[in-house]
Design a protein around this ligand. Structure first.
Ligand code: AMP
Length: 423
């Protein structure tokens, strides 16, 4: 079977790598892909903001399955458009993707279905914010309703700052686009865990948990990024807690979406805060996380394609996933200046040497292949990922491989997994 993957980051490289290992797969096509993906898949250019362009490409290729990586094509209804043309697609419809594309939808949905989440109010203007703010104690979380690649959340130390933040979201001063709805939320305290599961619209199968590091600086300092590293271990969640999350969060979400006639098929990513009251949902994403996917898929022993097909076919109840015990870690190498402005087109060396470190896979996030050379092409450039019997071993392997790699201005955090190692 030919598989088409839409996207161009480290997540898509990890997906292509896992898909390629399946006996069921004869060819992997990735659009647009990147310099690293080009080594294992045929890469074709496409505009991920154009449903027409993606449909045209899929119709020309006629793959046996399409996997949608990023959220923007989902928000534009790519799954609906491809399914209308008889293609088999892994990912939620536009209506089901609202769990990610509209935070007000997600919050109200959780309230309707008794899914634990922070207390909140949805406001439609600054006057409503000024009224509602009295009921919140700082710190207060102010969120834009729509998709903003992680930039739409502001944690405010006072009511006055929160009102100003909301004003900035409504006026467009903060994000460049005006918001119709702003959410005020109680600030939750605890450890964050990414709990991803597959769903066929009815059933849920969990993936191994992961923990991301969003800040650019060591010790979790500095501005937020798309993710500077992630790890996954068995010890992050015990069997009882996994059961609780499945029973009180993942399954009610899938059941609620089915009851509301927007069945959810694809990956449900539950961003959880492990609060003293128990796990609560910070956000839903409706696709594989990046870089969580890199650390999760290197631990997967089962055939990914078989599981994704079960999601499409509604047969996930019969599917069990096998995982390698122990741990994995992914350390992201970024360009100097990221998450602000940065240079691209810089040669990357040492990739072959890095790949020789046992247990290591180097996934490319922002690279291009030009005249046989791999060049930087993004803020996050590489995700050096390793498995190990322990988190310590996985991290040691990832950092050993990282030391082989060089590009001008390369930066990476040296403290990925620090919280787990301290415990
Ligand atoms: P979101 O896009 O809603 O996941 O928010 C991005 C990040 O903001 C999360 O990963 C958390 O670190 C933080 N965040 C969001 N909501 C809250 C909350 N209610 N309390 C504390 N932190 C939050």
């Amino acid at each position: 079977m030919k598989v088409l993957i839409l996207g161009s980051g480290g997540r898509e490289h990890a997906l292509a790598w896992a898909v390629k290992r399946s006996e069921r797969v004869s060819e992997v096509v990735c659009a647009p892909g990147n310099g690293g993906i080009a080594a294992i898949a045929r890469c074709l250019p496409v505009d991920l903001k154009s449903v027409d362009a993606m449909v045209q490409l899929a119709e020309a290729e006629r793959p046996g399955m399409v996997i949608v990586g990023p959220e923007v094509p989902l928000s534009l209804g790519i799954v609906d458009a491809l399914e209308e043309r008889g293609l088999r697609v892994f990912g939620p419809t536009r209506a089901a993707a609202m769990l990610e594309t509209s935070k007000s939808f997600a919050k109200r949905f959780m309230q309707r279905h008794n899914i634990p989440t922070a207390r909140y109010v949805v406001c439609h203007g600054t006057a409503e914010v000024e009224k509602a703010i009295e009921f919140f104690h700082p710190p207060i979380v102010v969120k834009a309703d729509g998709l903003h690649a992680g930039k739409g959340v502001i944690i405010c130390e006072s009511r006055a700052i929160a009102v100003e933040a909301a004003r900035g979201l409504f006026s467009g001063a903060l994000l460049g686009e005006t918001e119709q709805q702003v959410i005020l939320e109680e600030c939750l305290i605890g450890d964050e865990i990414s709990f991803l599961c597959l769903s066929d619209g009815k059933h849920v199968v969990p993936l191994v948990p992961a923990q991301d590091h969003k800040r650019i600086g060591e010790g979790d300092t500095g501005p937020n990024t798309g993710g500077m590293g992630v790890y996954s271990t068995d010890a992050m969640l015990d069997a009882g807690m996994t059961e609780w999350i499945l029973h009180h969060i993942a399954q009610p979400t899938i059941q609620g979406m089915a009851e509301e006639e927007t069945p959810f098929k694809g990956v449900l990513y539950c961003g959880l805060m492990m609060t003293p009251r128990g796990p609560e949902v910070l956000e839903f994403n409706t696709r594989f996380g990046d870089p969580e996917t890199q650390a999760i898929l290197v631990r997967l022993e089962s055939d990914l394609v078989h599981a994704l097909e079960a999601c499409i076919d509604g047969t996930l109840a019969d599917t069990e996933l096998r995982w390698s015990p122990g741990a994995s870690a992914c350390v992201v190498a970024s360009s100097a200046g990221y998450p602000g402005s940065y240079k691209t087109g810089l040669p990357i060396i040492g990739l072959a040497e890095a790949a020789h470190v046992p247990g290591v896979e180097v996934f490319h996030a922002g690279s291009s292949l030009v005249d046989g050379r791999i060049l930087t092409a993004g803020g996050r450039v590489l995700g050096v990922t390793a498995v190990g019997d322990s988190l310590k071993e996985a991290l040691a392997r990832a950092y050993q491989a990282m030391e082989e790699i060089r590009f001008d201005g390369m930066y990476y955090r040296r403290d990925i997994g620090h919280r787990a190692l301290k415990k």
